[in-house]
Design a protein around this ligand. Structure first.
Ligand code: ADP
Ligand code: ZN
Length: 600
């Protein structure tokens, strides 16, 4: 139960109790014992009644000696009249609709609701591996692959090398004897390393699906609890469940949440995490290789893992799940568009080409967004323009249609973006410009969409310098064309400076030579030691700053010169942008008179 629900639950109990108490006091203030009619009549006759109160056919009486009785009276009127005549206080109330049902509703409904809720929440707590009642039950989710629609390698695309490596694991699960017979030990742990969304969970599920074994999963962050010891008991529970279901796969997502180096970080070690990790190691060492459980874990940060986890007998297999290349992206797109009716103009190859850097999850999201856009427009097929819109949305964030932008701001943005475009077009060795827009999205007022032609794994110095110049093109255009500079260039400047600094410090592309000059310890909170350890002197630090400055300023000068030489073109492009808000690659080339030179 989430805290919100728990609070609501408590309040509900309190309110229920209050209703109950109110009802109790509201009914009868006294208890009346039952009296048979004969005795009642004799009491009336002997004038022993002090007060009487009739409710429907029931008489509630108080005797002269202060006893209270309740009797059924068939003829209320006669008896009441008689009592009145004798000077008894009589109080008459119409018959209450005392049917069984109303009784239940009035007095028992709150109770019943309460009981129902009680059982309901009890049940919930138990099922959710609740903290309150069953301490330490792990949040294990188990998937037993249903042979009909289980996830297999067919659902995972573009990572053929990874699949090859995992084939072995499937073989272990299916046919362990083959390996144990000749004395080979079956590996227990496979660590999947890759950026978020590259399909690590999917791969693990597919391995389970291919081998036809259950898939038990838990996230590393589920282990990390507030209470010391809970994490460890969850680990125990997880492995117990796995042993019952062997052969099977245990999948631990985000293992870095538990598996970080022990005794590290601010404030010394985290006791709870350490215990959890120790328990994990104990369990992994504990089960025999013939138990046939394979632990798969995912992380995007293998560098922070405790070395003990990576030792033989634990996660000794490491499989890197890379970001997909063009071919991979095409395959993934094919998988995800299988069930979607595509228009004739849809060219998945083009989409794959223009989405470098996208991982599987991004592509799945892209396809889904495109389908949503098409559905919203009441189409029966998803067309290329839907994909284009979806891509803009995924890449740049949704359009902010409601922001009001002054004409002046729009004008400045148009020049700023035109500046980026023209510099990118005039310099060689830059990424092609796909479109430029001055529709605000996310934080940005305008966007120049530039995507690499193919996947780049390395960058040459010229490319980087030109990239900095392109980034500076926005600011340069503001200055040259309008004569005033704005905050709009803040992000460009940050990115340019970052590139320049890395050129100097990481890639050895400055007069300081090929040295690695970064401040160690970017991540203090995971870190091994807290103090920043610099690997260079004050003097070098000063030189680095000077080099970075030089590179960025040179880029800026290049941009300014290009803008000054191309005033007319920028003017034209900016005007077109103000008219249309979005200008595509082809039109950009027309405006800049570049149709023949460089096809983007
Ligand atoms: P990770 O665990 O690496 O963060 P997931 O396995 O959860 O990533 O991937 C999220 C989703 O992205 C998957 O459910 C799937 O729809 C899609 N996806 C990711 N990689 C691939 C791939 N290689 N082939 C097909 N779909 C993929
Ligand atoms: Zn810009």
């Amino acid at each position: 139960m989430s805290p919100v629900y728990r609070n609501a639950f408590l309040w509900m109990i309190i309110i229920m109790l209050m209703v109950l108490l109110f009802n109790m006091f509201n009914t009868k203030n006294y208890t009346y014992s039952n009296l048979d009619y004969t005795h009642f009549v004799s009491l009336v006759d002997s004038k022993q009644i002090k007060a009487a109160h009739f409710e429907g056919n029931y008489a509630y009486i108080t005797t002269t000696d202060n006893k209270r009785y309740k009797t059924y009276v068939p003829d209320v009127k006669t008896v009441a009249d008689k009592l009145v005549k004798e000077g008894v206080d009589v109080n008459l109330k119409p018959k209450e609709n005392n049917s069984l049902l109303t009784n239940i509703l009035i007095y028992w409904a709150p109770m019943l609701v309460f009981i129902f809720l009680w059982f309901y929440f009890m049940n919930q707590m138990n099922r959710g591996g609740g903290r309150a009642l069953s301490f330490g039950k792990s949040n294990v989710r188990m998937f037993i692959s249903d042979p009909k629609n289980r996830i297999t390698f067919k659902d995972v695309a573009g990572v053929d090398e990874v699949k090859d490596e995992l084939l072995e694991v499937i073989e272990f699960l299916k046919n362990p004897k083959k390996f144990t017979k000749i004395g080979a030990k079956i590996p227990k742990g496979v660590l999947l390393v890759g950026a978020p969304g590259t399909g690590k969970t999917l791969l693990a599920k597919a391995v389970a699906g291919e081998a036809g074994v259950p898939f038990l999963t838990i996230s590393g962050s589920d282990f990390v609890e507030m209470f010391v010891g809970v994490g460890a008991s969850r680990v125990r529970d997880l492995f117990n469940q796995a042993k019952k279901n062997a052969p099977c796969i245990i999948f631990i997502d985000e293992i870095d949440a538990v598996g970080r180096q022990r005794g590290a970080g601010i404030g010394g070690g985290n006791d709870e995490r350490e215990q959890t990790l120790n328990q994990l190691l104990v369990e992994m060492d504990g089960f025999q290789t013939d138990t046939n459980i394979i632990v798969m874990a995912a992380t995007n940060r293998p560098d922070v893992l405790d070395p003990a986890l990576l030792r033989p007998g634990r996660f000794d297999r490491r499989v890197v799940v890379p970001k997909p290349d063009v071919r991979g992206r095409l395959e993934i797109l094919k998988v995800h568009t299988k069930k979607i009716p595509l228009g004739e103009d849809v060219d998945l190859e083009v989409i794959a080409k223009t989405t470098s850097g996208f991982v599987g999850a991004d592509l799945a999201n892209l396809v889904n967004e495109a389908a949503l856009i098409a559905a919203r427009r009441n189409k029966t097929k998803v067309e290329m323009e839907d994909f284009d819109l979806a891509k803009d949305k995924v890449l740049l964030g949704p359009e902010r249609k409601n922001v009001i932008i002054s004409d002046r701001e729009k004008r400045i943005t148009a020049y700023h973006e035109s500046g980026h475009v023209v510099v990118a077009k005039m310099l060689p060795n830059t990424d092609p410009v796909h479109k430029v827009s001055i529709i605000p999205r996310g934080m940005a007022l305008g966007v120049t969409q530039q995507l690499p032609e193919d996947d780049k794994y390395t960058y040459d110095k010229e490319y980087l310098l030109n990239r900095i110049a392109v980034l500076m093109g926005g600011r340069a255009a503001e200055e040259v064309m309008i004569g005033s500079i704005t905050t709009g260039a803040g992000n460009d400047i940050e990115r340019a400076t970052d590139i320049a600094r890395r050129m100097v410090c990481e890639w050895g592309m400055s007069s300081l030579g090929p040295l690695h000059l970064s401040d160690e310890n970017k991540e203090v909170f995971l870190g091994r030691d807290i103090a920043v350890r610099r690997t260079f002197s004050e003097e070098t630090a000063r030189q680095i700053d000077a080099e970075v400055r030089k590179i960025v300023e040179e880029g800026y000068m290049i941009a300014v010169n290009i803008i000054k030489e191309n005033r007319e073109k920028i003017e034209k492009l900016a005007q077109r942008l103000l008219e249309k808000e979005v200008v595509e690659a082809k039109e950009i080339d027309e405006i800049l008179g570049l149709e023949d030179d460089r096809a983007a």
